[in-house]
Design a protein around this ligand. Structure first.
Ligand code: FES
Length: 164
């Protein structure tokens, strides 16, 4: 009788442990996978940014284009705003400049009346090709590598520095 009690007690303990282990596994594995998945996920791949049809950009007139890029690194999300100017020199020749002033990173604006990009912070001036021409900016506006595919314009991030 006593032997039977022990066996029954052991059986109940083992069954409870097995059910507990099973519940732990069923709940635990997906939970751990959920918590770890952001750190295992590959970084978002979108170094090429679509700027739309080239024909949207008039020849000879720098045209502004803004976009926000969100980078996901593990649990961390970082949104970066980009502003750029598309300068279409001819039917097929196009250059794209960053709107970040090379002095202290204010955003430049295009002034068609004098054909300059002007940084409002310290009156830095750049010509239509982004070359620094007056004020404190030490070098031209950064430029993006461009690609035209099926009539659509793309730029590659990040922009590159040009020589002074
Ligand atoms: S930040 Fe542009 S001139 Fe100083």
């Amino acid at each position: 009788m006593k032997n039977n009690d022990l066996n029954r007690r052991d059986f109940i303990k083992m069954t409870a442990a097995a059910i507990g282990g099973l519940i732990g596994t069923v709940i635990g594995i997906p939970s751990v996978a959920y918590l770890l998945s952001p750190s295992l996920r590959a970084e978002e791949d979108a170094d090429s940014i679509a700027l739309g049809p080239l024909e949207n950009y008039p020849i000879g007139v720098p045209t502004r284009f803004d976009f926000t890029r969100t980078k996901v690194n593990g649990w961390e999300r970082t949104a970066t705003n980009y502003g750029l100017f598309v300068f279409r020199k001819s039917e097929s020749e196009v250059r794209v400049f960053s709107d970040i002033c090379t002095h202290l990173a204010c955003r430049v604006n295009w002034h068609p009346d004098i054909q300059h990009y002007i940084s409002p912070c310290h009156d830095g001036h750049f010509d239509i090709t982004g070359k620094n021409i007056s004020g404190p900016p030490p070098r031209p506006l950064d430029e993006f590598i461009t690609k035209i595919e099926d009539g659509n314009l793309f730029v590659t991030l990040p922009p590159f520095k040009r020589d002074a």
